[in-house]
Design a protein around this ligand. Structure first.
Ligand SMILES: [Zn+2]
Length: 583
């Protein structure tokens, strides 16, 4: 290649031009080819400040990132920090891939000063640093022009967030992420949602219909694979989509006004993967649904135990405003921080949520419901919470949500001198509440618009795998937040209170037709302080519990409420709406 021809030509400055003019080879010594990776060409050329690629496994993107980084470190003088999940991943990646690619390419060997270091490479006058995120080592304190987060969704997301500060002094400030997705709206999928969302469109040469390839066994209009014929098929005319047609695709943006350049790379667009390969993976009993979604389709997947999905929550709505009478035992769960977030409910479910700047609002609720109990986060605003606790002796409990309480009690109530304090297992309680919503056990009084903002806080919590920094093995699970989660935690505090003061050990039941017994209390030793007549109803009421021919419980008409309590409920309804604002 003539050197003069390469000067001032943007193509030859790009990674694609560079690797073509230098006959760059991969770690196996093969030339980088695009016949089988046509979808990578645009990614090699993409110089966006923010780049995100949500991808299936094994589509050639690590090689792409290594070569792009090398070229841009050398020719654009970028300093780069490249992260992988663990230190062990770093040593496999650098030793097994980066060093082998460099070793196979004399022009690259020439650029690299010290090719033997696993943690850093000098390329020309620039540096590329490689770091694990699940590590005991301190985060690297150098500045960079580009951050590359490979396998972001297996990485420690708060460490990745901390790395952004490393870009502060750069004029480039680039962030490139790529990963197979994990949970919806988490990690790379969250990045992808904010991006222009490029899909690989192909044209059916039989009917000229442009389409992207997708998998949906429920909906033929969204299914690109014919399971019977074991071929890719046009979504429009159902004729075969050939490998040639899949090669001749092009990236099409869904949105035009986004700062992040995003690509979705499912295995379906890889020409070397046949329809049969996909079907075999799908039918293989060892392929979990999660694996098929995240590693084959490159799509996020949530089993309902890893996240409170939208439907799992909204199925609990009663679509009616409701408020308990002044005699009821209301439990107030309070998360403290910059603001005070709270949720109110009792054994018929949640009926209000909101936030406030000071404890005056909460004092109002304590007066309105003289039997109300508040369980307050003691990890946020300690001073305000303690004053509130002192104002309402015996009715406010300060709760510490502890991280790892393996083998310990779910909830531990302080006795004696520690009366008024309680500690609880954060991870297990979040899982418990998510499970109860999923099983439709916690009625939520109000409408979707009343509770949408509340649900958003739950949506920021996901259960992720914890990796061991030394071995990279899964060490357990933890609920992590990716945004504000205050009302979700307020609900956890509410649930702690329910367990003791509303006698709701495991499950919360929907409202019953029978008049509720008075509140009672479960002691820490699991005995109950109660009057059996009150708990189970009077002997008169017990007699009314009869079984009909079909085995169903015959329920009498609920006893008439007296005028005073009707009045109280009416008044409550006048003053409260479910989103927690006093009208
Ligand atoms: Zn067609």
């Amino acid at each position: 290649m003539n050197d003069k021809a390469t000067q001032n030509n943007p193509f030859f400055e790009s990674s694609l031009g560079w690797l073509r003019s230098n006959d760059i080879r991969n770690e196996k010594g093969d030339a980088i080819e695009f016949d089988n990776h046509p979808f990578l060409e645009d990614i090699y050329l993409d110089d966006s400040q923010y780049l995100t690629i949500m991808k299936a496994a094994q589509v050639g993107l690590s090689t792409c990132a290594i070569l792009k980084n090398h070229n841009d470190a050398k020719n654009k003088k970028l300093d780069i920090i490249y992260t992988l999940p663990t230190d062990q991943d770093v040593s496999v990646f650098v030793g097994g891939k980066v060093n082998r690619i460099i070793g196979n390419n004399p022009p690259m060997i020439k650029d690299v000063a010290d090719k033997d270091s696993i943690e850093q490479k000098q390329v020309g006058n620039s540096m590329i640093y490689f770091r694990g995120t699940w590590t005991k080592k301190a985060a690297i304190m150098v500045t960079a022009d580009r951050l590359v987060h490979d396998e972001k969704d297996s990485s420690k997301l708060d460490v990745i967030a901390d790395y952004q500060a490393r870009l502060q002094h750069s004029k480039f400030k680039q962030i490139h992420t790529f990963s197979h997705p994990s949970l919806p709206e988490t990690g790379v999928h969250a990045d992808w949602l904010k991006s222009d969302q490029k899909h690989w469109f192909i044209k059916c040469l039989w009917c000229n219909h442009w389409q992207y390839l997708s998998w949906n066994t429920e909906d033929p209009a969204e299914m690109s694979i014919d399971l019977e014929r074991r071929i890719y098929a046009c979504k429009n005319c159902n004729k075969e989509i050939t490998d040639g047609m899949r090669r001749n695709g092009q990236w099409v943006k869904k949105f035009h006004d986004k700062q992040i350049s995003g690509y979705w790379v499912p295995l379906l667009i890889a020409p070397w993967v046949s329809a049969s390969d996909i079907i075999d993976r799908w039918k293989n009993p060892d392929t979990t649904q999660e694996f098929f979604y995240t590693k084959i389709l490159g799509l996020p997947y949530a089993d309902s135990s890893s996240k409170l999905l939208r439907d799992s929550f909204f199925q609990n709505l009663t679509n009616k405003a409701w408020a308990p009478s002044v005699d009821d035992r209301v439990i107030i769960g309070v998360d403290t921080g910059l603001r005070i977030d709270y949720v109110l409910g009792n054994d018929t479910g949640l009926f209000m949520h909101g936030d406030c700047d000071d404890y005056g609002t909460l004092d109002g609720y304590m007066k309105r419901w003289p039997k109300a109990i508040a369980v307050v986060d003691q990890g946020g605003d300690l001073i305000g919470a303690r004053k509130f606790y002192e104002r309402w002796p015996g009715r406010v409990f300060l709760c510490l949500l502890a991280g790892d309480r393996k083998g310990k009690e779910l909830i531990k109530w302080g006795k004696g001198d520690e009366f008024g304090s309680v500690s609880a297992d954060r991870n297990r309680l979040i899982a418990l509440v998510v499970g109860e919503f999923r099983d439709k056990r916690i009625p939520v009084h109000g409408t979707e618009s009343d509770w949408y903002e509340y649900w958003l806080d739950w949506n920021n919590l996901s259960k992720i795998k914890m990796l061991d920094p030394d071995t990279g093995a899964t060490r357990g699970y933890k609920w992590v937040r990716s945004g504000r989660d205050h009302r979700a935690l307020a609900t956890v505090f509410w649930r702690v209170g329910m367990r003791r003061f509303a006698g709701v050990g495991a499950l919360i039941n929907p409202p019953r037709a029978m008049k509720r017994p008075q509140s009672y209390m479960i002691n820490p030793d699991k005995t109950v302080s109660f009057n059996p007549d009150k708990m189970f109803g009077s002997p008169q009421q017990q007699k009314q519990l009869e079984i009909d021919e079909k085995g169903n419980l015959k329920e009498d008409k609920p006893p008439e409420q007296d005028e005073a309590s009707k009045q109280a409920i009416e008044e409550s309804l006048d003053h409260i709406d479910p989103s927690g604002r006093w009208k």
